[in-house]
Design a protein around this ligand. Structure first.
Ligand code: ZN
Length: 261
């Protein structure tokens, strides 16, 4: 079975910053998709902010097993109705991988329900990622730790809910630490946040990072059928109760009423 993966890129700094454009001529999304397409069993395509509906139509999301999100400068330009649509698909079973500055994306904040804030510094310092969950599928094939020579620092406290699992912790040359690989379950959807990936550094060409991306796609893929009525809240009438039941007491709702939202 091929895992249909959609790599979403904001595609702003690739167009406005020469360093980023030279480093990622096909966009960060293009580079990430390339890393994924080198794996058997993954088929990756791309979409960007500038596409109609940001490339995230309902039809496209139905066909997507795992969505990858990279955004930074234009989180506010992502339409709320598209964010709601993506969230419903995650809750219905679509996998979601949020990268680097996507910690402040609308979709990540919505699914986390917390500020997702952190400390940061752009100084090209060394990042050392430590595997904290050695037999986790996302860490498959990795050494116990690996380094990225130039990265932006993200430091604790990181304003996320307590993760389901912490797969990586990062140490930075300046002394900070950060939970750099964390998993969540939101509805039926597997969610993974992975920290590295500042756009002025060649992070997405690093072989260990590319290994993590491929393993994360395989982990996030939910093979169960998508739950299409994910936010349904049906009333069960007395006559449909599994055991014999007689209604009693005062009633607020008329029979067959939709109920409040
Ligand atoms: Zn950054």
């Amino acid at each position: 079975m091929t895992i249909q993966t959609l790599v979403w890129g904001e595609n702003v700094h690739e167009k406005t910053n020469k360093v980023v454009a030279d480093l990622y001529p096909e966009g960060l999304h293009g580079c990430i998709a390339g890393a994924l397409n080198s794996a058997d069993g993954i088929e990756a395509t791309t979409a960007t902010l500038q596409d109609e509906e940001h490339g995230l139509t309902n039809d496209r999301l139905i066909d997507t097993d795992v969505l990858i999100w990279w955004g930074h400068a234009a989180h506010g330009e992502v339409a709320d109705h598209v964010v709601d649509r993506v969230a419903r698909h995650v809750q219905a079973g679509m996998g979601l991988i949020v990268l680097h500055s996507g910690h402040f994306s609308k979709i990540f904040k919505k699914l986390m329900g917390t500020p997702c804030n952190l400390t940061w510094r752009e100084a090209g310092e060394r990042e050392r990622l430590w595997v904290t969950s050695r037999n986790h599928p996302i860490a498959a094939g990795l050494p116990d730790h690996f380094e990225l020579e130039n990265e932006e620092m993200y430091g604790e406290p990181f304003g996320i809910p307590e993760p389901l699992e912490t797969v990586f912790i990062s140490w930075f040359q300046g002394g900070e630490v950060f939970r750099s690989g964390v998993t969540y379950k939101r509805g039926a959807g597997n969610v993974f946040y992975f920290r590295p990936g500042h756009e002025t550094y060649p992070t997405f060409y690093d072989e260990n990072v590319r290994t993590v991306l491929r393993s994360a796609v395989m982990w996030a893929h939910n093979t169960a059928p998508r739950i299409m009525d994910v936010d349904a809240a049906p009333n069960v009438p007395v006559e449909d109760a599994l055991e014999p039941l007689t209604a009693r007491g005062p009633k607020l709702h008329a029979d067959g009423e939709e109920g409040y939202r």
